[in-house]
Structure formats: structure tokens, C-alpha cells
Design a protein around this ligand. Structure first.
Ligand code: IMP
Ligand code: MG
Length: 176
């Protein structure tokens, strides 16, 4: 069986384009945070590959931690409510935090996470997302470091899943 061979899909972002963009974001973060040691907080599971590539490309010291936030059931639509099912372990009060997310869709997840970490006293809080999907915004979330803006569609690959499948592609596809 070939990976994803039964899937009706079209290429949306190539592996080379992703890797090139990761380098650009990492360079910007490295210069913006020079002299600091930001805590990168990855949003599981979708952000894992982006997180790993980004952190290794950043040229200043950083720390890593992860949260898991549930906003989607098994459907392709947001349920409208967000909760944490895994929390960070590093204390973040007084520290610069960068939330690292795979994709911003309705904006509900990141606006919730932003509020949580602001309340916990992060000294600064920025958002880095590989993809900002524009079609379904409910909450305005400013993405400080954005990889790609995409108008619409449901995307899989490079960590993004559809019902826990297809995370394994090194590139990103749009489902047909
Ligand atoms: P939001 O709370 O609506 O912004 O949704 C954020 C979460 O929904 C992301 O972290 C993804 O896990 C998931 N999501 C949204 N759009 C897509 C997509 O096109 N493909 C895969 N997952 C998606
Ligand atoms: Mg996610």
C-alpha cells in the first residue's frame, strides 16, 4: 500500500516551499528575540513537524513545551469550544512565549491559548503559525509569524490530519 493512495488530493504547498519558509521565519524570530530565550509552545499534534523544523532553524537558545487543545471533534468543522487536554510543564510567568501552531482556521484555539498564557503572566506572547486559513475566521487572531496565507480548503500533510490520517506527508495537500 502506498501512503495516501486512495486520497483525492491536490498539492498545495511543496516540501521545498515549506522548508524555505521555515528558514525565513526562524531567521526573523532569531533576530527579534536576540539576547532572550523564548519558550516555544507547540500545539499538539498538528504542529510537531513544523515545531521541530522551526526550533532547529532558530539560531538563538529556546526552550520547548507543548499543549494539546481540543476544538475539533472528528468532523472538519470547529465545535466552537476549546479546552486543554495537556498543559505545559515549564513555568512561563515572566518569560517570552511563542505559540507554535500548524494552522489557524476559525481562530478559536489560538485566541483561547493566547488568553490562557497572558493570564499566566508571560512577559510577551507571539503567535507563529505555518498556515493562516482565511475563509472561516470567527475570532481575529494576529499571527506574528505566518508561513502561508491560504484562502480555503481542508489541508492534510506535514502534521495536518483528517481524522488522524495523512499527517505523514512531507508536503501539504488540499483534499478534493
Ligand atoms: P481553529 O480553532 O478553528 O482556528 O482551528 C484550529 C485547529 O483546527 C488546528 O490546530 C487544526 O488542528 C484544525 N484544522 C483547521 N483547519 C484544518 C485543516 O485544513 N486541516 C487540518 N486541520 C485543520
Ligand atoms: Mg492543531
Amino acid at each position: 500500500m502506498v501512503k495516501g493512495d486512495r486520497l483525492e488530493k491536490e498539492l498545495c504547498i511543496s516540501e521545498a516551499a515549506i522548508q524555505e519558509r521555515v528558514q525565513v521565519l526562524a531567521k526573523k524570530i532569531s533576530s527579534d528575540y536576540e539576547g532572550e530565550e523564548p519558550v516555544l509552545i507547540g500545539v499538539l499534534n498538528g504542529a510537531v513537524f513544523f515545531f521541530a523544523d522551526l526550533m532547529r532553524a532558530i539560531r538563538i537558545p529556546t526552550k520547548m513545551d507543548f499543549v494539546r487543545a481540543i476544538s475539533y471533534g472528528s468532523q472538519m468543522e470547529s465545535s466552537g469550544s476549546v479546552r486543554l487536554t495537556k498543559d505545559v510543564e515549564i513555568p512561563i510567568a515572566g518569560k517570552p512565549v511563542i505559540l507554535v501552531e500548524d494552522i489557524v482556521d476559525s481562530g478559536l484555539t489560538l485566541s483561547y491559548l493566547k488568553e490562557v498564557f497572558e493570564q499566566r503572566g508571560a512577559s510577551s506572547l507571539k503567535i507563529c503559525a505555518l498556515i493562516d486559513k482565511l475563509e472561516r475566521k470567527e475570532k481575529d487572531v494576529f499571527v506574528d509569524y505566518c508561513g502561508f496565507q491560504i484562502q480555503e480548503g481542508f489541508l492534510v500533510g506535514y502534521g495536518l490530519d483528517c481524522n488522524e490520517e495523512y499527517r505523514y506527508f512531507p508536503e501539504i495537500y488540499r483534499l478534493k
